[in-house]
Design a protein around this ligand. Sequence first.
Ligand code: FE2
Length: 437
Amino acid sequence: MVEQKNWYELDLVKGMMGTMGGKALRGVSGTFIGSRIHSGKMGLIATKNYLDKTMKPEERRALIVTDDFTKKFAKKVTDILNLIGFECRIWDGAIPEVPMYTVDEGYKVCEEFKPKVLIAIGGGSVMDTVKAVFIKYEHPEMNMHLIIPILQEIGMRQKIKYTIAIPTTSGTGSEVTTALVATDTKRDPPKKIEILGNELVYDITILDPYFVKDMPPFLTMATGLDAFAHSMGSYVSNYGSAIIDMCNIQAIKETLKYLPRAYKYGAKDIEARQAMQMASTLAGMGFGNSTAGIDHSIGHAFGSIFHSHHGLTVGLFTAYSIAYQSKVTDRWMDLCHLFNIDTKDRDRNELLKEFLQAILNFVKSLDGPTCIKEMQEPKITEEQYREKIDILAEMAYRDAVTLTSYRPADVNGFKVIADAAWDGSIDKILEFGGKPK
Ligand SMILES: [Fe+2]
């Protein structure tokens, strides 16, 4: 069988973006899309009132999508929607990594139930499942692999009137991003793929602390590191705008302050929980309207091969990815003050090393791994890791995010990053002068 490649893997696109970079798109293409965002405890009520005023009685059918864990939250939502005459159906078939066959299952449920509202209650996998089901339901004939966001609108909301996201973790940002990440299980090994479209941003986002307050510490830390990686990686990438910078910088600031508290105190510190909900959404608006960093290129590849937690993985690769790009950009310097690092009269190299160390220290302070060797879940031997470095680098190169690396990244570049990330020898990246093709 011939593999279906995504548009960003085509040599023409790779060559074009490798030459001009995302920076060239600044001023040529800039779109900022956001949700109606309700934060705090009134979000569900505010949403109910909005639906009540804008939907006809015969349209009031909502499909609520959860996974096995988050289906426990569905009743809180159906109880409210029932007050305004909604017929609700719950489908709990979303699973981690969004294998494409689950999208087909969700599509079948839509075909039968004909919802006008799609509601995702869950983390990134649930929200991304709903985005993919949404496309398939609106356009069953469409080849999702070839949707090019800059050139084309999909033509959504012919059947669905509103999409609503209720995140139960704080990190993915999927509620406000134009992207979904799924797993193409027809490839060997299965590959994570990104599908992008301006119309995929949820219409309504509800950030109610009720849905996140009892997250266990590991999930708080790992998803929080995803938000951290989104904002850091996006800021240092080659694509963005002033409004995107604003979202990313504030997200980094809030994450540095509140993620350690949310991790340590959990449900006892609702202020930190709410701050992290907002930080995650801000980071989502930042990277979702531009791009993530290449920590996500290699993080997606690593996750596909070793099945590690996404947030933990991209958090680990953040410092290494910025180190790689630092050869050609000083954008990281703008972030030093957020880590309380004084930049005045400093030697660039010293400053860079201190900054990279501060990133690793932050990850470490949350008990996150700062190199592959330290990873506990999964535990990977050096031999197992080195055996996979070639395919890891190849998959990272083929990732959509790689297009907007500030320093063009090829397979060779990703091998250097991967090698250094084994035991934390970040200097190997700083010393790497090879010119990617
Ligand atoms: Fe992410």
